[in-house]
Design a protein around this ligand. Structure first.
Ligand code: XIL
Length: 372
């Protein structure tokens, strides 16, 4: 199979349409990634390949602010294996080409997830455990074979834990014990998690293997329950000598969720004590139902909340922070009907506003890095 290294170079630059810059070119070295790096922290963002290729303002912002890129869609199952046995590395290649040209690092997201599954996948898993194992092995083999050596860190499994009762997330997929009830769980039981991690390690001995999930940051009973469930899962995996290197905290934050540093810090330190790294993988921040008057007040609340959470994670030893997009303009928060506001307002949960101007959340991240 042709590796991504070869495929990647085709996408970017050549297809870029010329668009006026809305902001003057920045002097090199004052982006969030530079500020973070000075304190030993790696900062990055989720990116969309189409925008990297077609929108110079977007591409320039990514180049200026981020050192680590994660494809928002292009490395999901649906993108990589839309039909069984037919891998398509084209969209991911666009992101990889940009990363290579700009000397950015890439992380992979996600090998196993209950969303962004192509139509053929759930019926195939339903055919039984042997078939499910074969499908998983073939995907991991095909994907890691092509993405090595460019991607050295993968979210191997994403969102495998159920939301404990009482959680406010709209996604209330039923639970089976601590696990989310998904086609993978139905086919293989919780063992699919261990199997995916083992297959990934077998295919690539030095790849960083990450378990990624959300709802782990707040000071609520259900967030605490989910943290305990994550610790139970990690303990069980390690006890079974299953390879695992890191836990990703998605950190899709909501300002009206109670937060205290101690529970999050304690959780991160416990994971560190088990030998795992902890990353913030998908940071963004939603506002409450009642918005204060004026944009400045709104942005100030988001910034203060983000600084508390990120500051806590960094103080506890987290060394990698990625936002789920840089600007409000391109955010899933404003695109996805499940998370978009219903009052006609746009979310302002990213470091850059819809015109790519740095806003209070940008400053909050900069301050968090500076005091790490
Ligand atoms: C989201 C993308 O941003 C959206 O564009 C897409 O419609 C759905 O997926 N947790 C994850 C990400 O792990 O993959 C999700 O990304 C956001 C929540």
């Amino acid at each position: 199979m042709l590796g991504l290294v070869g495929l990647g170079l085709a996408g970017c630059g050549t297809r870029a349409r010329s668009q006026p810059m809305t902001e003057p070119a920045r002097p090199p070295g004052d982006g969030l990634a530079d500020l973070a790096r000075a304190h030993g922290i790696s900062f990055g963002t989720a990116v969309q390949g189409e925008l990297l290729a077609q929108d110079q303002v977007y591409a320039a912002a990514v180049a200026a602010e981020a050192q680590l890129l994660v494809p928002e869609w292009e490395a999901k199952w649906e993108a990589l294996q839309p039909r069984e046995g037919e891998f398509d590395f084209g969209p991911l290649g666009v992101v990889a080409g940009f990363a290579q040209a700009q000397r950015k690092q890439l992380r992979g997201h996600a090998l196993v997830w209950h969303n962004a599954m192509p139509d053929w996948l759930a019926p195939a898993l339903a055919e039984g455990p042997a078939r499910a194992r074969a499908v998983l092995a073939a995907h991991i083999e095909g994907v890691l074979g092509a993405t090595q050596p460019l991607i050295r860190d993968w979210d191997v499994v994403n969102e495998v834990l159920a939301n404990p009762p009482g959680s406010r997330f709209t996604d209330q997929t039923p639970a089976r014990g601590i696990f989310r009830d998904t086609p993978w769980l139905r086919a293989l039981g919780p063992d699919y998690i261990e199997l995916a991690l083992r297959l990934a390690r077998e295919r690539d001995r030095t790849l960083r293997l990450t378990i990624n999930d959300y709802g782990l940051e707040g000071d609520t009973p259900w967030a605490e329950q989910k943290r305990q469930n994550m610790l139970a899962l990690v303990r069980a995996l390690l006890a079974a000598r299953c390879p695992l290197d890191a836990v990703g905290l998605q950190a899709h934050l909501q300002v009206d969720e109670p937060f205290r540093p101690e529970p999050l810090a304690g959780f991160i330190q416990t994971l560190h004590g088990m030998g795992l790294a902890v990353l913030i993988t998908e940071l963004d921040c939603r506002e409450g139902a009642n918005l204060p008057p004026g944009q400045e007040a709104r942005d100030g609340i988001v910034a203060a909340y983000v600084q508390q959470v990120v500051g806590t994670a960094l103080a506890a030893g987290c060394r990698t922070v990625l936002t789920w997009g840089l600007s409000d303009r391109d955010s899933w928060l404003n695109r996805d009907p499940d998370v978009a506001r219903r009052d006609g307002q746009q979310h302002r949960g990213h470091p850059l506003d819809a015109e790519f101007r740095r806003k209070a959340m940008w400053q909050a991240l900069a301050r968090s890095f500076a005091s790490a």
